[in-house]
Design a protein around this ligand. Structure first.
Ligand SMILES: [Zn+2]
Length: 495
């Protein structure tokens, strides 16, 4: 999977700084209206002479631009002086990773912005995220989350390279059918958290990792001890600025002691997305704020002279879609076919997970439910389809664990399942749907010595990120669901 990624080269995009330097002259060239004599707009009196002048000036300018571009390229090709190294290097000149200048080992900083739906980067001016994109490698149509498109399953897939069925965090909340114990987002016992997360892999190699929040990072497991100064206990009230500054502080350590792998987590814009849906002004503001944090990070790394050495991987865990009260499906409406008691329902929406008690045949439950849903007599019934987990589309990889309930329902984009009718009316946002929906996609941007500048790659699933990180760190990773050849298709060869 992903091994057939084609290498898509894009037109080089200048950095934010270069962009603003060149903006004023080109803007002037384009604004014909500032010179009334040369105005080509129909409102001005049509005269032959001015339009000839416009064509002549345009030709002259085109020649100038072409000539300066030619000189610029010649300069890039023939200049070897490090002093005059351009801020932006054309991707066509890069065939190998850039060598580290200050650090004595590669460092990967994995940053997550929760619920950062793909496309949010166009909602607000995001100069800092754009700078990473322009000088790094981007999944052009977004990063594909794993199913279910929920926070805990996805964050843990990103750091283990495993689908939820294999890493054990099959939902944000679930029950272990063997022990009857419940998993919640506060469960830190290692028995829940299967697989080998990146911080553990790093520790296995005698290297240091630092986690500023990430689901699973506080779990003491294998050689990962969650050390006091490097492993933060989750506290959602810590200001984002403080999180960024703490990560920056690691770079003040002696070079050999700087952790090789770090995580940084922000709850936004997921938080706002649930309350108001993906299209509200609050989202725009939250996105702008995340961009500011990325700017704070870049600026801090630049001050320490390590920005070009550090690999920043910016991701989200899933997207967001608007939900509203007209798009509801009530389980109680299925009563003429089958009663679904509350205590059979492990999770309601958008991931419907049903575990009937022993003695009740799941096959029969699925049949009766689908009969009702297809009857045309259940409101919005056609927007929910119920499966035995083994019969779910195999692309979802959501069957191979006893923790996954035997019956799983897939809801159409933006629909919600509720137990019974209530008078409550609400509109907001949700995620957890089929990962094939574009609205569930999030972002992937890689910036650093092994990421080509200005490169776009096709969308890929987040289980490939684990191998990407171990390859950059040059360490042997644990077996996982990601493709072994994937890093080769995305990264520049080692220097
Ligand atoms: Zn959420």
């Amino acid at each position: 999977m992903g091994s057939d990624l084609t290498h898509v080269k894009s037109t080089p995009i200048p950095t934010h700084d270069e962009d603003s330097r060149s903006r004023s002259p080109s803007a002037a060239l384009l604004s014909f209206n500032t010179d009334p004599s040369a105005s080509p707009t129909p409102s001005s009196s049509p005269s032959h002479k001015p339009s000839t002048t416009v064509i002549f000036i345009s030709l002259l300018l085109t020649t100038c631009v072409a000539l300066s571009a030619a000189f610029a390229f010649a300069f890039l090709f023939f200049s070897n002086s490090p002093k005059s190294a351009p801020v932006y290097e054309s991707s066509s000149l890069e065939y190998k990773a850039r060598t580290l200048r200050k650090l004595d080992h590669p460092v990967v900083l994995l940053v997550s912005s929760d619920g950062f739906r793909f496309g949010y980067q166009f909602k607000a001016p995001t100069p800092n995220i754009r700078r990473l994109i322009a000088n790094g490698t981007e999944a052009e149509e977004g990063l594909i989350p794993v199913f279910p498109t929920l926070t805990f399953p996805n964050h843990y897939s990103i750091v283990t390279g495993l689908y939820p069925a294999y890493h054990g965090i099959v939902d944000n909340h679930f029950v272990d059918p063997h022990t009857g114990e419940s998993f919640t987002m506060r469960s830190h016992e290692p028995k829940w958290w299967l697989g080998e997360p990146l911080w553990e892999t790093v520790a296995n190699h005698g290297l240091k990792a630092a986690t500023y929040f990430w689901p699973g990072s506080e779990v003491i497991k294998g050689s990962w001890t969650c050390p006091d100064k490097l492993c933060m206990q989750y506290n959602g009230s810590v200001p984002f600025e403080q999180r960024v500054d703490s990560v920056l502080n690691y770079f003040d350590m002696p070079s050999s002691e700087i952790p090789v792998f770090m995580t940084l987590y922000f709850e936004d814009p997921d938080h706002q997305g649930h309350q108001v849906g993906p299209d509200d002004r609050e989202i725009t503001e939250a996105v702008a704020r995340i961009d500011k944090m990325i700017g704070r990070l870049i600026e801090g790394l630049e001050k320490k002279g390590v920005f070009e050495d550090v690999t920043i991987i910016l991701v989200g865990d899933h997207g967001m879609v608007g939900t509203c009260d007209k798009k509801l499906i009530y389980l109680s409406d299925l009563a003429p076919w089958i009663e679904i008691p509350n205590d059979w329902v492990q999770s309601l929406s958008p991931l419907l997970a049903i575990r009937p008690p022993s003695g009740v045949d799941p096959v029969n439950v699925v049949e009766k439910m689908n009969e009702g849903l297809k009857s045309g007599k259940v409101e919005n019934g056609k927007n929910l389809r119920v499966y035995l987990k083994e019969e779910l589309p195999s692309r979802l990889h959501y069957a191979a664990s006893d923790r996954i309930a035997p019956i799983v329902g897939l809801v159409e984009e933006g629909f919600k399942v509720e137990q019974t009718r209530t008078k409550q009316r609400e509109c907001g946002g949700a995620h957890g749907y089929d990962n094939a929906f574009f609205s569930m996609r999030t972002i992937f941007v890689g910036h650093g010595p092994r990421f080509e500048r200005g490169r776009k790659v096709p969308s890929f699933e987040n289980v490939h990120i684990y191998n990407l990180v171990t390859t950059i760190l040059n360490i042997q990773g644990a077996p996982n669901n990601g493709s072994v050849s994937f890093p080769k298709s995305v990264l520049l060869p080692a220097a």
